[in-house]
Every structure is written in structure tokens, then in C-alpha cells.
Design a protein around this ligand. Structure first.
Ligand SMILES: Nc1nc(=O)c2c([nH]1)NC[C@@H]1CN(c3ccc(C(=O)N[C@@H](CCC(=O)O)C(=O)O)cc3)C=[N+]21
Length: 272
């Protein structure tokens, strides 16, 4: 069964638009290098911003020194007419991600990646939290009661798996984080009420890893022959479990959540 996500995405962005009270907000989206998923995100987000009467700019730096990137972030921090700064991961090896995180002003940090916002999340306080994991939570909260549920997350990155586990703990679920060194992945997956997959490999999650009636959230964004596909074998899993589509699933809701955080950030800056 397919988990329809577009209605939820629409609700989130229309509510954010209302909260902005007619104020035109600006978001700057930074992509360094050629990560396809980041470029898909930046482009679809810019479209969405404009549709809602906001605006934005994509800074696609094919190559950048660490200093160039930090200077760009600093300039955006200081510009009062700019309300949100989104830096896409992964970054190339010549750039220290920790310095990037620390440089983004905590009140313009629309993806919740600054150590202050991230630390607050760790302590149970959700101010500006990462959008991809928040999108997963929004989808799950509509499908099920999270309290007590066993959730297997196949991803341990600071962008998806780690923050998602914290959001789940805040909601009394029982998260397990799996990664490339995890043993008996199939057994763990078969026991889970919910499986969240983000590994960057098309058809990684197969039908024989999912129990009847489970919920599968596909966070994968892979470009295959010019088309976007997820990490799950959608056609076979869809027959026995609930599953989010790609495109039109988590990505769509993530995009709406980014707009929601832009509005929140503007409130923290006192412009709304
Ligand atoms: N710090 C950080 N945070 C992220 O959240 C983050 C990141 N870095 N790096 C890159 C990945 C990728 N990602 C996507 C989000 C939405 C869509 C999206 O909007 N997809 C739509 C549109 C696809 C289309 O244009 O057809 C969909 O799936 O329906 C895609 C990809 C977030 N990421």
C-alpha cells in the first residue's frame, strides 16, 4: 500500500505560508560539488519558495576552498534581508563540516545543523531541527502511534539517522540504528514495525526483509537513467507493507519542512 505524502506536504507549506503573514522570506541554498540529491533538493526547493511568494538563491559552487564557503556563510549571516541558510551535505573532503556547522548563525540555521541547535535536540528541545528526519516523523505520526514502536533506521549520518533517532526517542519510540557493519540486518528488519532506509542504493531494501503490514519509509534519492528512484524495491514491497513513494514521498515533505523552518527562523530573527 502506498503512503500518500503530497497532501501532508501541502498542509505543512500552506500553514507555513500563513504563519509568514505576507512577509517575503529569503532562503539561500548552498551546494558544493556535484551531489545529485543535493541539486535535486535545491532546485525543487527554489521552485517551491517562488510558488509560495518567497524567494531564494542556489549557490552551486563546483569547487570551493573552505575559506570561500565560510566567507559566503558569514556574509549571509550578516545580511538582514536573508532569513535562512541551508548547506547541503555531503561536502567535499577539503572542507571541514564542523567549521561549516559552527559558522551558520543558529537563528538562520534552517536545517538545524549548527551544534547549538543539534545539541538542543540531543537534550530533548526541538527548536530548528533537521528537515529530512522531521519529514519522516511527520509522515509516521499520521500513519501510526509512535509510542513503543520498534523503528529500524538504516543510516547513521548526522543528516538523517542520528537526528531521526533523537526525534523518535522524544516520542517514546524504540529506534535502532543500522549501518554497513551491522550484523543480521535482515533479521532486524523483519522484527521492525517501521523501517527507514537511506543508503543510496536502488532496490537495497527487498520484499523478504519486510514483514506483512510493516511501514517502510524510503529516504533514498538516486538518479537512474535520468529518473529519481529510492532505496526500496517499491513494486514488491508495496504488496505486503505500507511504503512511501520516490519521488512524491519523503522528499516532498522535507521540502515543505524546510519552508516551515524558514518561517520559524524568521520568527527567531524577529522579522515576523
Ligand atoms: N544538510 C542536508 N540536509 C538535507 O536534508 C539534505 C542534504 N543535506 N543533502 C541532500 C539531501 C537530499 N535531500 C532531498 C530533499 C528533498 C528532495 C525533494 O524535494 N524531492 C522531491 C522532488 C523530486 C523531483 O524534482 O522530481 C520528491 O522526491 O518528490 C530531494 C532531496 C535532502 N538532503
Amino acid at each position: 500500500m502506498i503512503i500518500e505524502c503530497k497532501t501532508l506536504a501541502k498542509e505543512i507549506r500552506e500553514n507555513a505560508k500563513k504563519e509568514a503573514k505576507g512577509k517575503k522570506l529569503w532562503l539561500h541554498n548552498i551546494v558544493v560539488g556535484e551531489d545529485e540529491a543535493s541539486l535535486v533538493y535545491a532546485r525543487s526547493n527554489l521552485k517551491l519558495l517562488r510558488k509560495l511568494g518567497f524567494d531564494g538563491k542556489i549557490h552551486h559552487l563546483e569547487e570551493a576552498s573552505e575559506k570561500e564557503l565560510l566567507d559566503l556563510i558569514q556574509a549571509l549571516n550578516e545580511d538582514n534581508s536573508m532569513h535562512g541558510i541551508m548547506v547541503n551535505f555531503p561536502l567535499p573532503d577539503n572542507i571541514d563540516p564542523m567549521k561549516v556547522r559552527s559558522t551558520i548563525s543558529p537563528i538562520k540555521d534552517v536545517d538545524g545543523i549548527n551544534p547549538i541547535n543539534y545539541g538542543k535536540l540531543l537534550l530533548g528541545e526541538e527548536i530548528l531541527t533537521p528537515n529530512t528526519p522531521r519529514a519522516v516523523i511527520r509522515i509516521l505520526e499520521r500513519e501510526t502511534e509512535l509510542r513503543g514502536k520498534d523503528v529500524l533506521i538504516i543510516n547513521r549520518t548526522p543528516v538523517v539517522g542520528k537526528p531521526l533517532s533523537l526525534l523518535l526517542l522524544n516520542r517514546d519510540a524504540t529506534p535502532t540504528i543500522a549501518h554497513s557493519k551491522t550484523r543480521n540486518l535482515k533479521e532486524k528488519a523483519l522484527e521492525a514495525d517501521v523501517i527507514v532506509v537511506a543508503v543510496g542504493k536502488p532496490k537495497f531494501l527487498k520484499e523478504d526483509m519486510v514483514h506483512e503490514g510493516a511501514i517502510v519509509i524510503d529516504v533514498g534519492i538516486n538518479v537512474v537513467n535520468g529518473k529519481i528512484v529510492g532505496d526500496a524495491d517499491f513494486e514488491s514491497i508495496e504488496k505486503k507493507a505500507k511504503i512511501t513513494p520516490v519521488p512524491g514521498g519523503v522528499g516532498t515533505v522535507t521540502n515543505a519542512c524546510l519552508i516551515e523552518n524558514l518561517v520559524k527562523a524568521a520568527k527567531l530573527q524577529g522579522v515576523i
